[in-house]
Write a protein that binds this ligand. Sequence first.
Ligand code: CAA
Length: 258
Amino acid sequence: MTEYATILTETRGRVGWITLNRPEALNALNSQVCADVVAAATAFDRDPVIGAIVVTGSERAFAAGADIKEMESKSSLDMIMGDHFGGWAEFAGVRTPVIAAVSGYALGGGCELAMMCDIILAADTAKFGQPEINLAVIPGMGGTQRLIRAVGYYKAAELVLTGRLMGAEEAERAGLVSRVVPAADLLDEAGKVADTIASKSLPSVFAAKAALDAAMETTLAEGLRFEKQAFAGLFDTQDQKEGMAAFREKRAPSFENR
Ligand code: CAA
């Protein structure tokens, strides 16, 4: 397994785990974290054994944002020419479902990283927010766009314009969080969700994620066209025959990811 400077990685069964590991900076997302997370996630994505990925941080912080100290002295030209957060698009584009297991702070880029994932499980200690306005900037890793799609305009506008943080329960009520669990159970629950996804037929999982992504990115008409094609395409897989035969024969299916 590759060693990374700012994250820990592990494979448990068919699940790839990525743990952000900059405790001295509450897992602030600097360029090295971005490079490491992207490298680890794309390697898991290419590995045919892996059927789901979990991204997590520490008890105290999932991630407290983009690294303010790294950005402080940059100019506008530096940000544009260096495409400062550009690498994260690769992470958001992996085909394998990603579960964010969030404990403690998920602020700014940390909240945005969680929103690049497909499922957000939150410990009851989690705190979400986009406090960039306090630094005289705005969210830069997708926060103004993805937060609106998750919680609606008015909730997103309040959070982005005031920088207020919201707790796990409020985040779940608002639709940002898939489920809140006791902090002590967070990693076990994330592992169970990931194992469940990884037990399905991978071609159908990839298709489901791509169709869900289409819903976030396109019009209803385009999304429905995409879904129709993706649904039809799965009827060429052996796993579709196996899944439906197993239903008819009242037994558990045995998928081979083809
Ligand atoms: N960048 C760099 N370092 C950070 C950081 C960040 N986003 N967040 C925390 N740290 C560092 C602190 O500087 C501190 O380091 P030192 O001990 O060397 O001073 C260490 O982590 C511990 O932090 P605190 O002492 O501040 O811990 P706390 O418990 O008192 O407060 C906190 C916790 C409320 C999360 C506070 O650290 C905080 O407000 N952090 C910044 C949150 C923020 O503004 N995030 C948005 C960043 S901009 C962004 O993300 C842009 C984007 O859209 C991509």
